[in-house]
Design a protein around this ligand. Structure first.
Ligand code: AMP
Ligand code: GLY
Length: 436
């Protein structure tokens, strides 16, 4: 394992944050509050990050341009928002660049990012380290008959997952056995390209989903909080899956007993398992969990923060984020004590009409000057002729605090009413299932 030889403590930090969504605006907003920050760059960023940092037109997957920029600007810390560059090995690439000695990176190397990059790897990992998860079988063209048999022995619904990254589309949940058998075949034949040359068949877990976030330095971890997101585009959890239409934190049903189980059975064994496997994981861990009658099991790992969950988790965190990132780089997270705002935080996503299908871009957004007592995080926005215009399906995340969950939601929705763009859509029922 790579232990740093010197402890890095920089007071005038130059930071490069990679990504362009609401998650990145929320991370940038949080880092911008740090007295340690000298300069924050966001690549490529959006109209929101441009107000608090300097956007640089570099794609998150252009490793050479990222390394050149970091070397030229004397960057101390690179924070990676999305999974793609991590799964592609950006951390390793930067650490092998002789110009970038001492560069801190928040985000795992390729050996850790595979927890998200391969569902088969993640399932093996959980099995090896006795972490609760659904029963499964991994199928390739070589054992398709075994796969068909495994499906036939399961009760519906049937869960089929492309092994690799498939832009959030690689999971199928089917009620009919014949359809599942057919889809298995199609996936192996390339329905999701190379990502589905291996397919993980899973038992279906019943219950209610919750996400838990942690930060680890490879030895120690801190739990940043829990959140629930709303993935379907339509009210009452109907319609197509999206990147997320809203989120709340903390999650009311995650009581002390449930959180204790999550930590003891899932978070700690994951961090210890990574270490035991010789993986020096430094970055965020996102546990997608199912709560089945109070018992947590892992649905998936992500190696980054969630979006829109970051827009409710970061506002509740009281600590200086750059101090936490330094502790991640130095392996000293155990010396840190996290502090949280006790209030609820909620966010409502404003999306372009048609999303997650096709939608317009370039529509002017108005009302920013009318919002109050909230945080408007930009997702798909950009500046055009001096105006903020839409530039993606998910456009703005309107986050607010409240002493109770309904109070926070009321504050989010009061501000949603001030913001407008052509064909704006949003869910009116974020969080409602948790208190009604
Ligand atoms: P994943 O990409 O693995 O998070 O799967 C996408 C979504 O499919 C999850 O958020 C769950 O809603 C659902 N899902 C995945 N695996 C299971 C499972 N084993 N049982 C029930 N639902 C699942
Ligand atoms: N909101 C779910 C995710 O970020 O994957």
């Amino acid at each position: 394992m790579n232990e740093p030889i010197t402890i890095l403590l920089v007071d005038d930090m130059k930071v490069l944050l990679l990504g362009s969504g609401g998650r990145e605006h929320a991370l940038a907003w949080k880092m911008a509050q740090s007295p340690k920050l000298e300069k924050l760059y966001v690549a490529p960023g959006n109209a929101g990050t441009a107000q608090i940092a300097e956007n640089v037109p570099i794609a998150v997957t252009d490793f050479e341009a990222i390394a050149d920029f970091a070397a030229a600007e004397g960057i101390h810390l690179v924070v990676v928002g999305p999974e793609d560059p991590l799964v592609g090995g950006l951390r390793d690439f930067l650490q092998n660049d002789s110009r970038l000695g001492g560069l801190m990176v928040v985000g795992p190397g390729k050996d850790g990012a595979i927890l998200e990059g391969s569902k088969d790897f993640a399932k093996h990992f959980m099995q090896r380290h006795h972490i609760p998860t659904a029963g499964y079988l991994t199928v390739t063209a070589d054992n398709i008959a075994e796969g068909r048999q495994f499906l036939a022995n399961l009760k519906p619904p049937y869960v089929l997952k492309a092994d690799g990254l498939a832009a959030g589309k690689g999971v199928l949940i089917l009620n009919d056995l014949e359809e599942a058998q057919r889809e298995l075949q199609e996936m192996l034949e390339g329905k999701f390209g190379k990502a589905s040359s291996r397919v993980v068949i899973e038992e279906f877990l019943h219950g209610i989903e919750i996400s838990v976030f942690a930060l680890t330095d490879g030895k120690h971890y801190k739990i940043l909080g829990s959140a629930k997101d709303y993935k379907r585009v339509g009210e009452g959890d109907t319609g197509l899956n999206t990147g997320g239409m809203g989120a709340v934190s903390p999650v009311p049903f995650a009581d002390a007993e449930f959180n204790r189980k999550v930590e003891e059975r899932i978070v700690r064994p994951t961090v210890e398992g990574l270490r035991a496997d010789g993986i020096d994981y430094r970055g965020f861990l996102f546990f997608g969990l199912m709560n089945t009658d109070g018992e947590p099991a892992v649905i998936e790992y992500n190696v980054r923060m969630g979006d829109p969950e970051t827009e409710v988790v970061m506002p509740r965190l009281r600590n200086d984020l750059l101090t936490l990132f330094e502790a991640v780089a130095n392996g000293t997270l155990d010396e840190v004590q996290l502090e949280f705002d006790a209030r609820y935080c909620t966010t409502v996503m404003l999306v372009a009409g048609g999303y997650p299908g096709s939608y317009e871009k370039g529509n002017a957004i108005t009302g920013f000057e009318r919002v109050k007592d909230c945080m408007v995080f930009h997702a798909g926005t950009k500046m055009q002729d001096g105006r903020v215009v839409t530039n993606g399906g998910r456009v703005l995340a309107v986050s607010a605090f409240g002493e109770t969950l309904p109070d926070a939601l009321q504050q989010s929705y009061a501000n949603v009413a001030e913001l407008k763009f052509k064909d704006m859509n949003y869910r009116r029922d974020i969080g409602r299932d948790l208190y009604e």
